[in-house]
Design a protein around this ligand. Structure first.
Ligand SMILES: NC(=O)c1ccc[n+]([C@@H]2O[C@H](COP(=O)([O-])OP(=O)(O)OC[C@H]3O[C@@H](n4cnc5c(N)ncnc54)[C@H](OP(=O)(O)O)[C@@H]3O)[C@@H](O)[C@H]2O)c1
Length: 268
């Protein structure tokens, strides 16, 4: 299937590692010029070099900390200036601490909301006027199934994700008439550096070995495994493409049918 992405321009936040890097790589493979951002310049530039070499596309790396408004604006406006337009914005850079209410202090809530929600808001505020002026655009918000499948162990990600999902639907209602469309992608667990951290936390809280926790954690997923980065990246590439233009204000789960209550039960 030709995704009709050849020659387009996409911005991917958190494109230096994990899911974001996977998305940037698949888009570049489809003929898209890509701008990526992250905080660590060396890791970011290594990712850009790798994707450039592999795909032959232009890959622009702009270091940015998206908890800062100026950095978000500099990334979005810098990429638009460089490429002349923004066809696709993939909001992906995010994380929010896990844990139960009693274990979470004010900083944990602030930290989650500052990046996972406000980071997306900052990039949207910078990108939407540009998309409006050029006559359209596509936004893919990489969010997470914690926003729609609650778990008492993941209440900060749950709150941040639910806020992002609500924002995605609300903006779809407002911007459709400008030919700007939105979709939220909600993964369950995906094999990235983050998964390693989650398994370690689970092992600590449940007093298990790492290996036991790694084996137990996917039990909440009927398929008995977690997702690979490429599975999420391929879905995002399709959703970013003109073929999915009518998928607007929607939330797409990619979590193998995860049943969160089973995960909570495992944790006790
Ligand atoms: N992995 C999962 O199981 C999973 C499940 C559901 C949802 N998600 C969501 O999917 C997205 C990607 O997750 P991931 O697992 O691929 O994450 P990851 O492996 O931890 O990668 C995060 C990326 O974001 C960048 N980043 C982190 N903090 C940043 C900041 N303040 N400003 C700019 N960039 C920043 C990182 O680079 P630097 O550290 O150098 O900045 C890196 O490029 C996140 O929004 C996450 O919530 C992940």
């Amino acid at each position: 299937m030709d995704l009709q992405l050849n020659g387009k321009v996409a911005l991917v936040t958190g494109g230096s590692l994990g899911i974001g890097k996977g998305i940037a790589r698949v888009l570049a493979r489809e003929g898209v010029d890509v701008a990526i951002c992250a905080r660590r310049k060396d890791v970011l530039e290594a990712a850009a070099d790798e994707i450039r070499r592999e795909s032959g596309r232009k890959v622009l790396a702009i270091p940015a900390d998206l908890t800062r408004r100026e950095d978000a604006e500099n990334f979005v406006r810098g990429a638009a200036r460089h490429f002349g337009r923004i066809d696709v914005l993939v909001n992906n850079a995010g994380s929010a601490p896990g844990g139960i209410l009693e274990a979470l202090d004010e900083d944990a809530w602030q930290q989650g909301l500052q990046l996972k929600f406000m980071g997306y808001v900052r990039c949207l505020r910078a990108a939407l006027p540009i998309m409006k002026q050029q006559g359209g655009g596509r936004v893919v918000n990489l969010i997470g199934n914690d926003g729609v499948k609650d778990s008492y162990w993941e209440i900060v990600p749950g709150a941040c994700n639910a806020a992002g999902q609500n924002l995605t639907k609300a903006l779809a209602g407002q911007y459709g008439r400008f030919n700007i469309t939105f979709v939220a992608v909600n993964p369950g667990p995906v094999r990235t550096e983050r998964w390693d951290g989650l398994v370690k936390a689970m092992a600590r809280d449940m007093k298990l070995s790492y290996e036991e926790a790694d084996r137990l954690a996917p039990r909440s997923i009927p398929l008995g495994r977690i997702a690979e980065v490429e599975e999420v990246a391929n879905l995002v590439a399709y959703l970013a493409s003109p073929l999915a233009h009518f998928v607007n204000g929607s939330m797409i789960e990619i979590d193998g049918g995860q049943q969160k209550p089973l995960m909570d039960a495992a944790r006790g």
